[in-house]
Design a protein around this ligand. Structure first.
Ligand code: FE
Length: 211
């Protein structure tokens, strides 16, 4: 399981809600859940199954597996950039919010970043649910205008001659950034490679570093 690097300076960090707000939100969700159950609109089994899917089946570990496979298997990589949806499905990932995937490759010349300027569209099957900062107005508005500034705020600096491309997700298309494979990882296995790929690098705001 990959984790968010909390050492990274990140002004869009997911600590935006304070404790009181969290408590109020939890109470509201609990009340809604109780009401839905009471009225027979959902079953406890269905709720448990959904929670289980979001906690265990969907998440950045899936995207990390896609990236690691692309790094070690040139044929897979070719298929991934031709048709990301079907290549990702080869690894067993797909479905809701991942029906039309596009993979974009970071190279020494090009750096890709993903945003949803309208709301929070995000590739659930490979990255799970979006972090709070991805949904924040600050990120959505600023990354389009000043992508390099946003990158710097995430601790990512690029050479001046690197082209930055910002991809705006929509209800139709979801993007997955395939970060550059770091130097010094030639001897790592596919699963060891997957373990170093963090969520933020697949949104494009950070790079992957060697372990
Ligand atoms: Fe959206």
């Amino acid at each position: 399981m990959t984790t968010h690097n909390h050492d990274t300076p990140n002004p869009y960090h997911e600590s935006a809600r304070d404790d009181a707000e969290n408590k109020a939100l939890t109470e509201r969700v609990n009340k809604m859940e109780a009401l839905l159950l009471e009225k027979g609109l959902v079953s406890q089994d269905a709720l448990d199954k959904l929670t289980d899917i979001y906690e265990n089946d969907l998440g950045p570990m899936n995207g990390a597996n896609v990236v690691a496979r692309a790094w070690i298997d040139p044929d897979f990589k070719k298929r991934l950039f031709e048709n990301a949806t079907s290549a990702i499905a080869e690894l067993g990932y797909g479905g809701l919010q991942g029906e039309h995937m596009v993979a974009v490759e970071n190279t020494p010349e090009i750096h890709n970043i993903v945003v949803c300027t309208l709301c929070s569209c995000y590739p659930w099957p490979v990255l799970g649910l979006p972090p709070a900062w991805y949904k924040s107005f600050a990120y959505r508005s600023k990354v389009v205008i000043e992508p390099r500034k946003v990158l710097a705020e995430f601790g990512t600096t690029l050479a001046d001659d690197v082209e930055v491309r910002v991809w705006d997700s929509s209800a139709e298309i979801r993007y997955l950034v395939i970060p550059e494979r770091p130097e010094g990882t030639e001897n790592l296995s596919e699963s060891e490679l997957a373990a170093i790929v963090e969520r933020d690098s697949m949104i494009g705001v950070t790079k992957v570093s060697a372990p």
